[in-house]
Design a protein around this ligand. Sequence first.
Ligand SMILES: [Zn+2]
Length: 146
Amino acid sequence: MSPRPTCAPSKGARAGLGERPACYSAFMQWTIILEATTGWGERTCTPVYTFSRPTLDLKPEQVGLTLAEAKTLLAGLQAQLIRQQADEYATCRRVCPRCHQMQPVKEYQPRVLDTLFGPVHLDSPRWQVCRCRCRWDHPPTFEGFC
Ligand SMILES: [Zn+2]
């Protein structure tokens, strides 16, 4: 898992008007972060897209996002969102309704979801039925998210 970024302001970023510290960059950088909170209250922050622009030598076409950047951003956002949804779905479905233990994963199958912002590749788990349940009652394996 990647480290969780924080949104706290950096210390000593501005020395004051008219002064530029030695580490001053002529570019400003943005990172778009997807923050998710599961039903368990677990929170994750995942960087989705990073871009930069010149601070002073700015051309009109460098104001805001370009169409290509917006498409890349949305595709990355969609992919990350779907992967998190699939992970949470699989985690919740793996819990045995009878004994509340996690059922063992049998294998992961590569899947592709075609979305509005392009295909999203993910590994969908298949798991075995918990040993506490009768075999004749349930199929031997369950499919995951898709
Ligand atoms: Zn069970």
